[in-house]
Ligand binder design. Structure first.
Ligand code: ADP
Ligand code: ZN
Length: 613
C-alpha cells in the first residue's frame, strides 16, 4: 500500500473549497474520502447526483501520485476532464479515438508529474505494456473503476471489457482499487466486489432517497401531450422518454411545431445526428430531448429539471435510474410517469416477441423475468402509497411516509374500498384451483362478470356459484385489482404459454375478511409539485435570467457546456446573495479558486450593473 500522510478534516475542507468551491461535504462523502486516503479498497454506492466523483477526485489531488480512472464511455470521461480543468485541476484522458499528438501531450504531462488524474477507457488500460509503461513514468496512487456495475452481467449495463479489469489487481497488486456505482441492487454490489477482486473493501452505501426530486404519476390520456407542452413551457431542460422511435419522432415534431426547441434521440438516427442532438441539449441550445432509453447513460448534464416518461419503463429500477437523471445538481427536479393500462398490452406484446432467434420458440425464462420486472413498475404506478416508500422498499431501504415530495403524499388520491371484490376474485381462483384448474385473468373476469362465453360454457364455469357475482365492477377495474393482488402476493402468476392465476397462502387474511383492499379512483391529472422538498427554483428572477445569459455566452466563447462554467446551484446563490465584490463572490457554492480568478470579476460586474439599474 502507498504510504499516506495523515490529512486532517480541516485540510480536507480546505481542499474542498479551494478546488471545488463547496463548504460542506455531502452525506457519506467524507467517510469514503478518508478510506481512500488511507489506501483501502472501497466499494461506494451512491445514487445519481450523490456526488461520487468528488469522493475520488479529492483524494487524487491530495495523494502523492497519479490516480487512474476507468470509465465506460468517452463522453463521460471528456465531461469529467472538462469539469476538472475548469476547476484548475490537471486531468488528462487517453482513449482509442484520440490523435497521436493528443496522447503524446498526455504522456508528457504524466512524465513531468503534472497530472493528478488520468481517465482511461478499459481496453486502453488493458493494452499490453500500458500499465508497465505508466508505472515507469509515475507512482500510481489508486485505480478508480467508475460505473463499476458494468463489470456484472447481473446489472443493466454489462460490458465485457470491464470484466477483464480483474487483471488490474494482479498487475498492480499494491495499488488500492475503488469501485463506484449507482446500482441499487445488492446482488450486483457483491458481484462487483468479486469480479474486481476487491480486498476487504470499505463498503459505503448511501441512501437512495433523492430529496430534491418530486415524483408523480398521471393518467395517460388525450390531455397528456398538452400537459407535457405546458411543462416544457414552464422552462428548464427536460427529457421525454418514449418506447418507440416513431413516438419519439412524433412528439419531438409536435413540440417543435408548438415552439419548443426539442430534438429526437434514438437508435434509428445515425451516430452523427445523435451526437449533434445530444450536444445541442448539453449546450442548452435545445431545451428538450425526446428519446428512447438509448439516451442518458453517457450524459452527465447536472441541470435537467424534469423527466417525463410518456410510455411505461421496463422496471421500477429502470424508472428510478431514468427519472433520476433529473436534478443531479441537487436543485429541484420533477419526474412524471404517464400511465395507462393500455400500455400494458403494448409492453406484453413486446415481451411475447422475445423468442429464440433460431427456433422461434418463446424464451420462457426471459419472458417471465421481463414480466416480473414490468410488474414492479405497474405496482408503483397504480399504488396509492408514497412513491418514495415504494421505490426505496424495492431497493431494500426503509423510509417512512409522508415524504412531502410525491403526488400521493401531497395530494392523497381518493380510494375505493374493493375488499369485497378482492374476496370474490380470490374465491373464484381458489374454486378453480380445487378443480385442478388454472386460468388467465381474462377468463376469471368473464366468470366473475357472468359472461357466458364459449369457453365458460364449455368448461361448465357458468355453473359455479361465483358465476356473475362480480357484475358491479368493469373489466379494466378487475384487471387493476388483479395486478394489485399480484403485487401484494395474494395471487401469483404461473408462466406457461399463457400466464395463469394461482392463489397463495398470503390470500388467507383477505379471504377471512381481516384485510382491507383499496384502489385509487380512476383518473389522475397533474398535481402541483409545490412541496417544500422540491420547491420550484426562482427561474423567473430577472437577475437569474441575466446570469444565465452571461453563462451561456461565456460557455460558447470557451466551447464548453454552460454547467462547466457554473451550475444552476451557483447561479441561484448568486441571484439570491448578489455578491458585489470578489470576497463575497468567493463564498458562493461552486466557486473555487480557479473559477474565482477566471469568472469572478465578470460576474460581479454583471451583478453590480443589475444592482445599479
Ligand atoms: P454522481 O456521479 O454521483 O451522479 P456527481 O459527482 O456528478 O454525482 O455530482 C453531482 C453534483 O453534485 C455535481 O454538480 C457536483 O458538483 C455536486 N456536488 C458534489 N459534491 C458536492 C458537495 N459536497 N457540495 C455541493 N455540491 C456537490
Ligand atoms: Zn411520498
Amino acid at each position: 500500500m502507498t504510504a499516506v500522510p495523515a490529512v486532517g478534516a480541516d485540510a480536507l475542507h480546505q481542499a474542498l473549497k479551494t478546488y471545488f468551491g463547496f463548504s460542506e461535504f455531502r452525506p457519506g462523502q467524507i467517510d469514503i474520502i478518508r478510506d481512500a486516503m488511507a489506501g483501502r479498497d472501497v466499494l461506494a454506492v451512491m445514487p445519481t447526483g450523490g456526488g461520487k466523483s468528488l469522493c475520488f477526485q479529492l483524494p487524487a489531488l491530495l495523494l502523492p501520485g497519479l490516480t487512474l480512472v476507468v470509465s465506460p464511455l468517452i463522453a463521460l470521461m471528456q465531461d469529467q476532464v472538462r469539469l476538472l480543468r475548469a476547476n484548475g485541476i490537471e486531468a488528462g484522458l487517453l482513449n482509442s479515438a484520440q490523435t497521436a499528438t493528443e496522447a503524446a501531450a498526455c504522456f508528457r504531462a504524466i512524465e513531468e508529474g503534472r497530472l493528478k488524474l488520468l481517465y482511461v477507457a478499459p481496453e486502453r488500460l488493458l493494452m499490453t505494456g500500458f500499465l508497465e509503461r505508466l508505472r515507469q513514468m509515475a507512482a500510481i496512487s489508486q485505480v478508480v473503476i467508475d460505473e463499476a456495475h458494468c463489470v456484472s452481467d447481473w446489472g443493466h449495463d454489462f460490458r465485457p471489457e470491464y470484466r477483464r479489469l480483474a487483471s488490474v489487481r494482479e498487475r498492480l497488486p499494491e495499488v488500492p482499487i475503488l469501485g463506484f456505482t449507482a446500482t441499487a441492487t445488492p446482488a450486483v454490489r457483491d458481484d462487483i466486489v468479486n469480479q474486481l477482486q476487491l480486498r476487504e473493501p470499505a463498503r459505503h452505501v448511501a441512501s437512495f432517497d433523492r430529496p430534491n426530486l418530486y415524483w408523480s404519476v398521471e393518467t395517460k390520456d388525450r390531455g397528456s401531450y398538452d400537459r407535457l407542452l405546458a411543462r416544457a413551457r414552464k422552462g428548464g431542460s427536460g427529457i421525454v422518454y418514449c418506447l418507440s422511435r416513431k413516438r419519439v419522432d412524433d412528439i419531438a415534431a409536435r413540440l417543435l411545431a408548438d415552439g419548443i426547441e426539442a430534438l429526437p434521440y434514438h437508435a434509428g438516427l445515425n451516430a452523427a445526428q445523435r451526437n449533434h442532438n445530444q450536444s445541442e441539449f448539453i449546450r442548452d441550445a435545445a431545451q428538450v430531448m425526446v428519446a428512447t432509453v438509448a439516451f442518458g447513460m453517457g450524459i452527465n448534464k447536472p441541470d435537467v429539471r424534469w423527466v417525463v416518461h410518456f410510455d411505461l419503463p421496463r422496471s421500477l429500477e429502470a424508472y428510478y435510474q431514468e427519472g433520476g437523471r433529473a436534478g443531479r445538481d441537487g436543485e429541484p427536479g420533477e419526474c412524471v410517469l404517464y400511465f395507462s393500462a393500455g400500455d400494458l398490452r403494448t409492453a406484453d406484446q413486446l415481451i411475447r416477441s422475445r423468442v429464440d432467434a433460431e427456433t422461434g420458440e418463446p424464451l420462457q425464462a426471459v419472458q417471465a423475468a421481463a414480466r416480473a420486472q414490468l410488474q414492479t413498475v405497474v405496482h408503483y404506478a397504480e399504488s396509492p402509497d408514497c412513491r418514495r416508500v415504494l421505490q426505496l422498499a424495492y431497493f431494500g431501504e426503509p423510509f417512512s411516509a409522508p415524504c412531502g415530495g410525491c403526488d400521493n403524499c401531497l395530494n392523497p388520491p381518493a380510494v375505493d374500498d374493493v375488499t369485497l371484490a378482492a374476496r370474490q376474485l380470490l374465491s373464484t381462483v381458489a374454486r378453480l384451483g380445487q378443480r385442478g384448474q388454472a386460468y388467465g385473468s381474462a377468463h376469471v373476469i368473464d366468470i366473475l362478470r357472468g359472461e357466458a362465453t364459449d369457453k365458460v360454457i364449455a368448461q361448465g364455469h357458468d355453473q359455479l356459484s361465483v358465476f356473475g357475482i362480480g357484475r358491479g365492477l368493469a373489466p379494466p377495474r378487475w384487471r387493476t385489482l388483479i395486478r394489485r393482488l399480484l403485487a401484494d402476493g395474494a395471487l401469483m402468476q404461473r408462466d406457461g404459454e399463457y400466464p395463469v392465476l394461482q392463489i397463495t397462502a398470503d390470500a388467507r387474511p383477505l379471504l377471512k375478511g381481516e384485510r382491507v383492499v383499496t384502489l385509487p379512483q380512476a383518473t389522475r391529472g397533474a398535481t402541483k409539485s409545490n412541496s417544500r422538498r422540491a420547491a420550484a427554483g426562482p427561474v423567473d428572477d430577472p437577475l437569474f435570467q441575466a446570469l444565465r445569459q452571461l453563462r451561456l455566452r461565456l460557455a460558447r466563447e470557451n466551447d464548453v457546456p454552460p454547467y462547466v462554467v457554473f451550475t444552476d446551484v451557483t447561479l441561484h446563490a448568486l441571484a439570491e446573495q448578489r455578491p458585489l465584490n470578489l470576497q463575497a463572490f468567493a463564498d458562493i457554492p461552486g466557486v473555487g479558486q480557479r473559477k474565482l480568478d477566471q469568472w469572478g470579476a465578470i460576474f460581479v460586474e454583471a451583478i453590480r450593473d443589475f444592482h445599479d439599474s
